[in-house]
Design a protein around this ligand. Sequence first.
Ligand code: PMP
Length: 451
Amino acid sequence: LQHPALTDEETMTHLLHRQIHGSLPVAIGGKGIELIDAGGKHYIDASGGAAVSCLGHAHPDVVAALHSQFDRIAYAHTSFFTTEAAERLGDRLVEDAPPGLSHVYLVSGGSEAVEAALKMARQYFVEKGEPQRRHIIARRQSYHGNTLGALATGGNEWRRAQFRPLLIETHHVDPCFAYRFREPGETDEAYAARAAQALEDKILELGPEEVIAFVAETVVGATAGAVPPVADYFKRIRAICDRYGVLLILDEVMCGMGRTGTLHACQLEGISPDFMTIAKGLGGGYQPIGAVLLGRQIFDAFANGSGFFQHGHTYMGHPMAAAAALAVQEAIHRDLLLDNVKAMGGRLTARLQARFGNHLHIGDIRGRGLFQAIELVADRGTKEPFAPGLKVHAKIKRQAMQRGLMVYPMGGTIDGACGDHVLIAPPFIVAPHEIDTIVERLGEAVDAALR
Ligand code: PMP
């Protein structure tokens, strides 16, 4: 498995990400839940990259589907043609969509999906004769992508600060459950009521007739580490949005497409959004793809209005991406992989509890399905996070990689609103003994990082 031509040092040193991240290993192969580097070392992909690889690597069905699509048609611009792959994927996504979502807009990734949803929501009100609606509300602990609109929507100040003034000024509300484990006294009901009230207050402050949408991740991903909502939070949010005619955009780019055990994370919340963004697990990493799902009332406003959504990307609806996504989704369905997500999710929770439940520096273990996280704390009693300067997350990542384990650690914020945490999101095909190995190696990596 030695890389045929280049040593690690000679390879790709001109790539910006390699310069920033230092000496990265060169991935030359992957099979199942493992990746292999140029030195022949194997890594368990316990994060699916960044919650992307849901079928693992080199899945034969997806490889075959891509070969077959490539032999027929690799690209057709969507202003001239649709393709069988895109049509079939669209049908499938609508068939499986949350109630009320009847149309699909295919793009090339998560940020593009968020941008498209934001613009579609804005244009929807223009089509309806309410052009004064201009505000977007989101939550402080959130990430929605890195393009300028999506970046402005996410609430993480450290990501946004250097790009001010942002093109759109989003308004952020607290709380969003992320650090609820620091306030254990409050009931779920009281917490849900408080969080929903924060949204209503913000809508009233901005003027309800000027608000376009509220954007939220159904289960918070990278910024806070697999934080599920408390019961009834989204029912309350849905009711508030309906009361003021504000659209609800759920971002399921990371938590969606089966990752939490149901195909869509919002299924467990008993509500449907007006828009839902999906990406990552949709194509399982085999091709870049994302999508926006939307309801008929949105579609009708365009159809009966200008008849045209003022947007578009060259690679949207790409047949190779659609073929990959279709093969990924068919394999998940045929092999009943959501059952495995639930079963292995239960095992992962149990193993994490056993290994870290009494750990001096683990303040919380949380998540749903194969989307779980551990939260690092300096002090178990007060739940005080580690100082960001200690870069505990980076040390854990390094230690884990040394042990042949890919997990997804994220750092704390300077204001202490968010501490270091490690996201664990293995492919849906993971086996019981692999769950055990993942937790074993993670335990060693955490202890070595804190030593
Ligand atoms: N939304 C969420 C919730 C995400 O987690 C991400 C990616 N981490 C994005 C949007 C952006 O997706 P992409 O990186 O594919 O542009």
